[in-house]
Ligand binder design. Structure first.
Ligand code: ADP
Ligand code: ZN
Length: 775
């Protein structure tokens, strides 16, 4: 027999190897193997078995890694789809579906020595006192870890060895599972009686799961065999998967739109319970940052006891390699039927899979920013289709893409519009920062209104969160007096201010213009037009001067050097040891602090004028999420939004908690300019140290793309243009942006062009399909 193996080398090629007779029992599609490759030994994955090979003199597989096949056929199929859709090499896609700790052989099960009492006939032989005491402990426990015994009996291994010599006990290694949550005390928790909106949402999800369940085997079989069946053009691709077209019961995708605190999590928990009753498992994806012990505890607490008892496996980057190895194998062995984890948990081998939940589905961290550049939410939807699993996307601020998919009937919308705990939505006050400016003095950080509000909270011993969204290096040019922002005449995007050469530049179409000396608004003419940078450090320092007695803590990626800092600071804040928390978007995410009654957003416009068509959407989401942090306790919350453009729709709709209003006007803007969700984007970035070479290569690539895509009618090809972050860490970057209605045809063309493209050695190319970050 021959095995076809994808090696972990960027070769975009598979190789045939002989299966030696003594390994034939263990090798199947999905096995991890070690094979000879030239003088080296390389790891790979078996992707097919064959009777014969076109090549002569095949070398044999050296060994198999892991007792079970690690990559199941379903996950292998998913990896293939990722390779095709996201234009990456199959080996790159395959690499991402197994955790490093499982892929490599080093981290294995941890073995511990255990001591076990052996049966003996007749009377206990006469023993010295020490040994006798020891024997009593072992006899009572029957077996226990050697280390524990040594501590209990305050003795040495030598004494125990003597009992072993007498044939009374056996000492042998045993697998001892690591449990990253062993130290948490988790009390069981029971389902809550649902309110009407929750009950309705749950019923819809359950109906869908039961419908699929009845014909799961037939459907998943068809999906796996005939790729694109039900799609129109026989290609794989997100847009071609049959969602509601099939006459039978296809798996359904739900968008659960529920305001913060509306009880989405309770709906997830009860839906998972039903999946377990149907004999299926579930995957719950949450953004890495919200994988706090509290979140994990809510899931463990529900399922660690009772009739549906199962292990809940947790996968995230703060686990040790060993812990990750054990958690993953608990899933593979079917002992853990529920997985909760960050992005890559979507590849967990849960079998059979009934339900996938993607919480905070709008979160950009679901997109992996290195190859394979997959979006876990989209992979979740494809996996749901392939395996007949129901998918629930949950968010207080759904992405435009998901909302649009509801509008056109691809997803089903479920809404929870009220808080489940009867807490009121916070009052949002917009502060017009233009009013605070005084000629000749610096732009203030705090308006008098916000200062006053902070002082009040400190007096009442309530807590405050202050939020500054300072991301990216590039800034828009904005007039602090009138709010004027320089925009591109062709693209309706903010122009990026390049400080070094004093130019404004559009990174989509490459339009440039000089920086104006005074504000171009004829009614303003302010000479102080350049945006001065502001960071969380400056906010913290100013705050300390204004409120010398307040306990202030800053939380941003600079301040968090060690991995436990995040949890420690949040713990201190929860315990009331901090009065004011200052941070970047990292504090905007699903955290509950009952004593926070004031949230301040320093410059809401900073997010608004990023050179990205999603700037408005992001600002709206951010303001809504941040506002959701206030008033989760007994006292009503208040939110202050300081802005230089207070009448911008993103700010105004967020103030009124008006989701639908915002989505409708934003969709109109996207449609006019043919941005997603009305198109799909592929962003190509060329990078190198020599700017001329990078630019030359970009022009060359652009011509090749034009040729290869001339038959895609609706294609818009823009660029090459310098990236907003033109020169990062001494690299120059140029971008080409392609937009089309459907990605599948474009993906294939891109693969062809990029693979045959000859680039200079010191210029590299990356392809990002459905990018979320245009910088
Ligand atoms: P979300 O996930 O939408 O932010 P949560 O599930 O965290 O909302 O619920 C917010 C709060 O409301 C939690 O304290 C939760 O225990 C409570 N809650 C949820 N559902 C109910 C219910 N049906 N009855 C009473 N309290 C509820
Ligand atoms: Zn432009």
């Amino acid at each position: 027999m021959i095995a076809r193996v994808t090696l972990e080398l960027a070769l975009r090629k598979e190789f045939d190897y002989l299966i030696p007779p003594d390994l034939s029992e263990q090798i199947d599609v999905g096995s991890r193997v070690q094979v000879p490759f030239g003088p080296r030994k390389v790891l790979g994955c078996v992707t097919a078995l064959a009777e014969e090979s076109a090549h002569a003199k095949l070398k044999p597989i050296l060994k198999v890694i892991g007792a079970q096949t690690l990559v199941t056929p379903k996950i292998l199929k998913l990896a293939r789809w990722i390779g095709e859709y996201y234009c990456c090499a199959p080996e790159t896609a395959l690499k991402s579906v197994l955790p490093e700790a499982v892929r490599q052989e080093q981290a294995g099960w941890r073995e511990r020595l255990w001591v076990r009492a052996l049966p003996f006939a007749g009377e206990l032989p006469k023993l010295p006192k020490r040994q006798k005491e020891l024997w009593h402990i072992i006899e009572e426990r029957r077996e226990l870890p050697l280390k524990e015994l040594l501590e209990l009996a305050e003795t040495t291994a030598g004494t125990i060895r003597r009992l072993e010599d007498k044939g009374l006990v056996a000492i042998a290694p045993q697998i001892s599972e690591r449990d990253p949550y062993a130290r948490e005390h988790i009390l069981p928790n029971k389902p809550l009686p649902l309110n009407d909106a929750q009950a309705k949402a749950l019923a819809a999800i359950i109906t869908a799961m039961e419908g699929v369940s009845a014909q799961a085997s037939a459907l998943s079989h068809r999906m796996v065999e005939g790729r694109g069946e039900g799609g129109q053009d026989g290609t794989t691709g997100l847009e071609n998967l049959p969602l509601t077209r099939s006459p039978t019961h296809p798996p359904t995708v739900f968008l659960l739109h529920g305001v913060t605190g509306s009880g989405k999590t309770e709906v997830y928990l009860q839906a998972i319970a039903r999946a377990l009753e149907l004999g299926k498992g579930a995957i719950v994806l949450v953004p890495e940052i919200s994988l706090t012990p509290q979140t994990v505890e809510r899931f463990k607490a529900r399922f660690t006891s009772g009739r549906l008892q199962t292990l809940v496996a947790v996968l995230h980057s703060h686990l040790s390699a060993g812990e990750r190895h054990d958690e993953w194998h608990k899933i593979r062995q079917g002992r853990a039927r529920i997985v909760i984890g960050a992005r890559s948990a979507i590849f967990s081998p849960v079998e059979p899979l009934g339900l996938i939940i993607v919480d905070e589905e709008h979160e950009h961290t679901y997109k992996q920013e290195e190859a394979p550049r997959y979006h876990a939410r989209d992979v979740a939807i494809v996996r749901g289709q392939m395996e007949g699993a129901t998918v629930v996307l949950g968010s207080a601020t759904p992405s435009m893409e998901s909302f649009y998919n509801c509008n056109r009937g691809k997803y089903k919308l479920l809404q929870l519009l009220e808080r489940a705990d009867d807490k009121k939505m916070p009052v949002v006050r917009i502060v017009d920062m233009r009013q605070t400016l005084r000629p000749g003095s610096a732009i203030p950080i705090f308006s008098p209104q916000l200062k006053e509000a902070i002082a009040q909270r400190l007096e009442r011993s309530e807590q405050v969160i202050l939020f500054l969204n300072r991301r990216g290096y590039s800034t828009a040019l904005q007039c602090p007096l009138c709010g004027y922002v320089a925009g591109c005449p062709n693209c309706s995007l903010s122009l990026t201010y390049h400080r070094q050469d004093q130019k404004l530049c559009c990174h989509v179409c490459a339009h440039t213009e000089p920086v104006p000396a005074v504000c171009p608004n004829p009614k303003c003419r302010n000479p102080q037009i350049r945006y001065s940078g502001l960071g969380t450090q400056k906010v913290e320092a100013t705050l300390a001067k204004l409120f010398p007695h307040a306990r202030i803590k800053r939380m941003d990626s600079d301040a968090l050097q060690r991995k436990n800092d995040f949890r420690r600071i949040l713990g201190d804040f929860r315990a009331g040891k901090i009065d004011i928390l200052v941070g970047t978007q990292m504090i905007a995410k699903g955290l509950h602090f009952p004593n926070v009654t004031l949230v301040g957003i320093i410059y809401a416009d900073l997010a608004l004028h990023q050179p990205d068509f999603r700037a408005g959407e992001r600002t709206f989401q951010l303001l809504t999420q941040v506002a959701g942090r206030a008033g989760r306790g007994e006292v009503e919350g208040e939110v202050f939004v300081q802005a230089f453009t207070p009448f911008h729709p993103a700010i105004q709709y967020a103030r009124r908690h008006d989701f639908t209003g915002f989505y409708e006007q934003e969709l109109e803007f996207r449609q006019q300019l043919k941005y997603p969700p009305y198109s799909r984007i592929a962003l190509l970035t060329l990078k190198g140290r020599n700017e001329d070479k990078v630019q030359f290569s970009a022009n060359h690539l652009q011509r090749e793309l034009e040729k290869a895509t001339s038959d895609i009618k609706d294609l818009i090809l823009a660029g090459p243009a310098p990236a907003p972050l033109l020169r990062a860490e001494t690299y120059y970057r140029y971008q080409i942006m392609l937009r089309a209605q459907r990605m599948s045809a474009l993906s294939r063309r891109l693969s062809q062009v990029t693979q045959s493209l000859a680039l200079p050695e010191d210029v590299s190319l990356s392809v990002d399909i459905d990018p979320v970050n245009l910088a």
